[in-house]
Design a binder for this molecule. Structure first.
Ligand code: AMP
Length: 416
């Protein structure tokens, strides 16, 4: 029988790489909780309508990238391509907006988009993110942007730039779009086929084009920030002031319109140096009209999503070793009873240490090799069951110590 592979663009994340993923997720989640966000889980699939209404019919995600299927009763369902619309759907569904505001939620979830796979771009990928609903800002905008920056900093990522923009609300965009379309029509012959189509379907998306010639054209395009109304301008100025107070460095980027169509006012993205084409580690924005698009009442919101796969790539690019390893590997010396090793491992695990041992009957040398492969920091040798001391080897330095059995837990916890 031929073997079966994972679908294209749906990678398995194996150890030790999965350890990097785990660390990224854990650090983000710890930080999200420290900022007062609480976890939300929504299903991996939704009624297709959630995304069709939430993301607007002409958006790239809806037109080209959704995994949509009919269930056995013929209802149209879609695998979640992004986290925000489902969360707003859940907030409306459960009336959370009638409770105390803002509602601050975080998630860690796989997303599914039918994209052309390449390094840093998959069809199934993991995001961590937050949503804060119920406040028009700009203070909450500052908190959310600062939280994103803090999460990437906590990961030890250097060289990440924060790009910031405001795309106003629909009235500002209504004044801006004819100007943009006029400009694009004038330069039509210089645009790629995809962008020519977007001139009529979704002109803002021409800013996302990766083709260098198009990018050069777009450098001369009119800027949305020149069309903001006084209110949106004031919101944006206040946000910049608050970020300054918080010591968050940013670059104003009037071309940052982002890929999702529901954004209003604040948009931002975190861009890593040296990651190639897929260099955006995360991004987000304000989506004040989304709740109404999904059938709810007015409920302003802002959030971001960070791509765990790209953060892991960036960390690996920085030469960061995959974390992992074990506190202790228990080795049995010769004929000593294996049950003694099992018992000791169980006790040390109950003490809060991560512990493993050999289950394949290897000799002493083989067990030490296994300890090394497992990334164990210490090896404890279990020999004579009557002995009052155990040998502990520090695997980094090679030093060995004889430790009284009763002191073993304390010795290992103390890093001895
Ligand atoms: P978005 O939901 O499109 O705003 O993307 C937020 C973040 O998710 C991006 O900055 C990426 O880090 C990550 N991301 C988006 N699409 C993909 C993909 N196809 N594969 C891997 N990561 C992705």
């Amino acid at each position: 029988m031929p073997s079966i592979q994972a679908p294209r663009g749906a990678p398995d994340i194996l150890p030790p790489r999965s350890g990097t993923y785990e660390r990224v997720v854990r650090r983000c989640e710890d930080l999200f909780r420290a900022y007062g966000y609480r976890r939300i889980e929504t299903p991996a699939f939704e009624h297709t309508e959630v995304f069709e209404r939430g993301l607007e019919a002409g958006s790239d995600i809806v037109v080209k990238e959704m995994y949509t299927f009919a269930d056995r009763k013929g209802r149209s369902l879609t695998l979640r391509p992004e986290g925000t619309a489902p969360i707003v759907r859940a907030v409306i569904d459960h009336g959370l907006d009638r409770g105390s505001l803002p509602i601050k939620l975080y998630y860690t979830a796989s997303m599914f988009r039918y994209e052309r796979p390449q390094a840093g771009r998959q069809r199934a990928f993991l995001q961590v993110g937050v949503e804060a609903l119920g406040s028009p800002g700009p203070e909450i905008d500052a908190e959310v942007v600062e939280l994103g920056a803090a999460a990437l900093r906590a990961m030890g990522l250097s060289a990440v730039n924060l790009h910031l923009n405001s795309i106003g609300h629909p009235v500002c965009r209504g004044r801006y779009l004819p100007e943009l379309v006029g400009f694009l029509e004038e330069r039509r012959s210089e645009l790629c086929g995809d962008c020519r189509r977007k001139v009529t379907t979704n002109p803002l998306r021409t800013f996302d084009c990766k083709v260098e010639r198009d990018r050069e054209v777009m450098r001369h395009a009119p800027r949305i920030t020149d069309y903001l109304c006084a209110e949106c301008r004031g919101h944006f100025d206040d946000l910049q002031g608050l970020l300054g107070d918080l010591g968050v460095a940013f670059t104003l980027d009037p071309r940052l319109v982002r890929g999702l169509d529901y954004y209003t006012r604040t948009t931002f993205s975190f861009v890593a140096a040296g990651l190639g084409a897929q260099n955006e580690l995360g991004g987000g924005g304000r989506y004040d009209g989304l709740s109404e698009q999904l059938g709810g009442g007015p409920l302003p919101g802002i959030g971001f999503a960070l791509g765990v796969d790209r953060i892991a790539l960036a960390l690996e690019g920085q030469g960061e070793p995959s974390p992992g390893g074990l506190d202790v590997f228990v080795v049995t010396d010769g004929q000593a009873a294996c049950s003694g090793a099992l018992l000791l491992a169980s006790k040390l695990r109950a003490d809060g240490l991560s512990v493993d041992l050999d289950y394949t009957g290897r000799g002493l040398k083989g067990q030490f090799r296994a300890a090394d492969r497992a990334g164990a920091r210490r090896v404890v040798v279990v020999g004579d069951p009557e002995a009052s001391t155990l040998t502990v080897r520090n695997m980094a330095t090679g030093e060995e110590a004889e430790v009284p059995a009763q002191e073993l837990g304390a010795h290992l916890r103390g890093g001895g």
